[in-house]
Design a protein around this ligand. Structure first.
Ligand code: ZN
Ligand code: FE
Length: 258
């Protein structure tokens, strides 16, 4: 176990992105997970009195890597991203592959390649802390759109996340939960855990509150993209007995058209 606490500072960027600063107070390291909005990230650093030392990039989209070069110029920070997508990660210094791990202070970080939304998507799991940053691969009650990968690739990616401990806190990159939840009810209407979660989310959003982070345990119970084995889901979308990647793919297709 790591001996220092990991501090996480969460803030809104753009319309519905989350910014995250991850800070190790002993090693005096601060990483931003992605670079959605430079001014907001700098404001967050000033609020906390932290110096930016690292950028961990989940993927190349502009709302995730668009601020890389400006922040690197300002802070001289080190940029970490996917080797297989290095050409599209501005300013990348350290190229990582699936299964790599590294230390952030004395916190172990495991890196998983999760293609589907983009080819080179990475998620970062601070395993000692049971905290993971899942970018645009997994959302609360949702998953990323398949811009560059197949449903089979995305299902294989989600299966990597499903192997983590249930108590893992999942920090996703967007506040998409309410829309996802209302779609989820249309494909798995009998799921009582889902009904309860959507009610809770409606109340949180009505009060102007965030619904992220979530936990893997809650997502296993409510997220249709993690539940292709559900009989209710399979019946509702007309895929009884189909392979799990096909069920997930049909769920994704229905969400795209919802
Ligand atoms: Zn994206
Ligand atoms: Fe995004």
């Amino acid at each position: 176990m790591a001996t220092s606490d990991l501090e996480i500072y969460q803030f809104q960027c753009l319309d519905d992105n989350f910014g995250y600063l991850v800070h190790d107070p002993v090693a005096e390291l601060t990483a931003t997970i992605d670079t959605p909005e430079v001014a907001r990230i700098n404001q967050a650093l000033a609020d906390k009195g932290w110096q930016l030392t690292h950028i961990f990039n989940t993927h190349h989209h502009p709302d995730h890597a668009g601020g890389n070069l400006e922040l690197k110029e300002q802070w001289g920070c080190e940029i970490i991203g996917a080797r297989c997508d290095a050409k599209r990660i501005p300013g990348i210094d350290v190229q990582l592959d699936d299964g790599d791990s590294f230390k952030f202070g004395d916190h172990s970080v495991q890196v998983f390649e999760t293609p589907g939304h983009t080819v080179g998507h990475l998620v970062f799991n601070f395993v000692d802390d049971e905290v993971a940053f899942v970018g645009d691969t997994l959302f609360s009650m949702g998953c990323g759109r398949l811009f560059e990968g197949s449903a089979t690739q995305m299902w294989n990616s989600l299966e990597k996340i499903l192997k983590w401990p249930d108590s893992t806190l999942l920090y996703c990159a967007h506040e998409y939960t309410q829309g996802n939840g209302h779609f989820a009810l249309t494909v798995e209407p009998q799921n009582a855990d889902l009904q309860a979660r959507v009610k809770e989310v409606d109340e949180l959003r009505a009060a102007g509150k965030w619904t992220v982070p979530t936990t893997l345990k809650l997502e296993k119970a409510t997220n249709p993209f993690l539940r292709p084995a559900s009989g209710d889901l399979q019946r509702t979308i007309g895929k009884v007995g189909a392979p799990l990647d096909e069920v997930m793919g049909e769920t994704r297709r229905l969400k795209d058209n919802a």
